[in-house]
Design a protein around this ligand. Sequence first.
Ligand code: AMP
Ligand code: TRP
Length: 345
Amino acid sequence: MSLKDLSKTSMNKSKRIFSGVQPSGDLHIGNYLGAIKNFVSLQKEYECFFCVVDLHAITVWQDPQQLAHKTREVTAAFIASGIDSDKNVLFSQSQVPQHAQLAWIFSCVARMGWLNRMTQFKDKAGKDKENVSVGLFSYPTLMAADILVYLATHVPVGEDQKQHLELTRDIAQKFNNDFKTDLFPVPEPLIFGEGARVMSLRDGTKKMSKSDSSDYSRIMLNDTADEIVQKIRKAKTDPHTLPANMKEAYKRPEAFNLLSIFASFNNKSTEDVVEQYAGKEFSSFKKDLADVIVDKIDPIGKEMQKLIDDKPYLDGIMKKGKEKAIYVADSVLSKVYDVVGFSKT
Ligand code: AMP
Ligand code: TRP
């Protein structure tokens, strides 16, 4: 997509996608199934902005030596997974200052009570509320700015981001009401079935996460085929054979998680997979599961490495993406400035 093709402020109300992924650790199959795999399908239909959200990442400490590298890694993962860098806008959040500028305005629109309800903040802050960064608390206002500075209408995310999306909708509506405008669309979350909530391989009640201390809890996009096989072999199960039906599967979180992962990689429903493996041994199912994950993930990991090794190529893509992103974001932000009443002199 050239600059000319970008609908600058999307005032024609065409559909536009925005989504972000943090460069705060290695990407795992939760990120892939919950988000990136869906980005790949959506690019056919929508104008898409995919952003590596490094401003979000620093809400918790990030090693400065590592951050730029991790940002490149996520960009490489997007491309290696099949996102077309010509057709879509791929860029890093910190390079487009309009995100932070709009986030400030939104932090004056959002209410303390709204942010106080965010369960992700409560989970991440835990008992250490007094000691976490202010940014970790106000994080959802930046997320709203990411989306709305492009007037995005649809946001593909995993289930864990649903509440942040609801807050984004509240902010868009309150801004429009307060300033008597219809500038912002009220964006829709796009949360897709089976992969929307991938759980830890060590504990089927906990989300698969970059920050889990156990490497065996997740499969990374850059794991080797052997590592994938090992991790699936060691994945926690229960002493029974595979569940006979969905009702039983719901009661057995580890089995349910592995069945859903298998379903998502095969573009099937969990129900179909439960039926397919009902009463079978975990050992044979785990072999099939490892095979499909290796089949899908191993080529992505290898392609990612090739891209990461070609720094000028990746940097070129991000530079082009940044220019396109600024082109749109700047035009939306200048409308916001007018609406809010900021003096131009
Ligand atoms: P993050 O790594 O937190 O920036 O997440 C990037 C994207 O991956 C977001 O859309 C998340 O909702 C999604 N995601 C993260 N962890 C999981 C998971 N365990 N299952 C499904 N989606 C996930
Ligand atoms: N908060 C998201 C996460 O932790 C990442 C993110 C930041 C995002 N800005 C966004 C996702 C905008 C979708 C849209 O996963």
